[in-house]
Design a protein around this ligand. Sequence first.
Ligand code: TIU
Length: 226
Amino acid sequence: MTTVDAAPGAYTFDPATTALVIIDMQRDFCEPEGFGETLGNDVSLLRSVIPPLQEVLATARATGMTVIHTREGHVPDLSDCPPAKLNRGEPSLRIGDPGPKGRILIRGEYGHDIIDELKPEPGELVIDKPGKGSFHGTTFGAELEARGITSLVVAGVTTEVCVHTTVREANDRGYECLVLSDCTGSYFPEFHRVALEMVAAQGGIFGWVADSTALLSALTAQEAVA
Ligand code: TIU
């Protein structure tokens, strides 16, 4: 077992039954002219996540941890996008509209795919999800069960939306979740801070929070022993 110095206390996990889950590091959220920007956000705020997450991803791969990527998006005919999502707010372009990076948040389009810096390797699972959470409308839960995964190290964007929804869904299903504070990001720095506090408050009501340095030193110490 490996132990990470985390809030609200030590997070103990077995790397063999733990998945690194990278949420929605897609061009549509992290680059200009995608879904995030059409919602009125400054997407450059998410880019600080990339360097530490690249390091965590490299270490997870080197130590043989399961790596899972998710992508938020919809089928081309939008049959999996309810009006409650499609008609929300006043975006300059709606989901499915043609944008500079292809149709906004549509599977198969350039903008929908994961950024080059965090490109999945062959053999890594990529879960396409129609919602904010990773379990709703996907095979994510079944894939975790098939692999014997019991703990999730969660990174990606945005902290208070898709990361939070996934962690809440996972916690209800019995998974122990560690959220990486510097590998998650939001268009709203205040929401990021408070979202992380919400995970670890009340004795860890949804899970644990640590930065990537704490995770990496725990994984490195474990490698030295092995
Ligand atoms: N992936 C994810 O968080 N989807 C969003 O729509 N996030 C926003 O913050 N808008």
